[in-house]
Ligand binder design. Structure first.
Ligand SMILES: [Zn+2]
Ligand SMILES: [Zn+2]
Length: 164
């Protein structure tokens, strides 16, 4: 797939699977510590435009539009691929995330020892980029956007915990 100069030139192949990530039901207390001694897996996906493997990070992947909380243009904010800078449609998340994979960012820990997973709000199919940007203007910025879903240790015992 070539990376065109305009988003309209990009095609998303439709898939039947979809991404489902739920709020953690485990207490957050202590989880972060466990996470740091785990494989620290992040969720990578292939950009539907440039086909590069990438992840959604704040603020690189958010085009912030609007100057303040009350600026109606906030809702025009959008997600973008940090590799090719093209827009990633919020509504298409289930499509382009469906083929994604967890990849370890800490290579010194083996998956048999402890698997840990990290994900942030940018992956949410319910929180829009406009809502993230509004929170950012409220001064909750990085904190709001980076609300993490960290799972550690327990996840390795449940093979059912996959993002699809
Ligand atoms: Zn592109
Ligand atoms: Zn891209």
């Amino acid at each position: 797939m070539r990376c065109g100069s305009r988003w309209s030139g990009c095609r998303v192949r439709s898939r039947s699977t979809s991404l489902a990530i739920s709020t953690p039901t485990v207490p957050k207390y202590g989880i972060h510590k466990l996470y740091l001694t785990s494989t620290q897996e992040h969720f990578y996906f292939q950009c539907p435009c440039c086909s590069r493997w990438t992840e959604l990070t704040w603020p690189d992947c958010v085009e912030i539009i609007g100057e303040s909380v009350n600026d109606p243009r906030c809702k025009e904010s959008f997600l973008k691929c940090k590799e090719c800078k093209h827009k990633l449609e919020h509504a298409d998340k289930p499509l382009f995330l469906a083929g994604g994979q967890w990849k370890a960012t800490e290579s010194n820990v083996s998956p048999e020892e402890s698997r840990g997973f990290y994900i942030n709000q940018l992956y949410s199919s319910t929180v829009t980029p406009g809502e993230l940007v509004t929170a950012y203007h409220r001064g909750l910025g990085d904190e709001a956007a980076n609300t993490e879903f960290i799972a550690a240790n327990w996840a390795c015992r449940s093979s059912a915990w996959v993002p699809r």
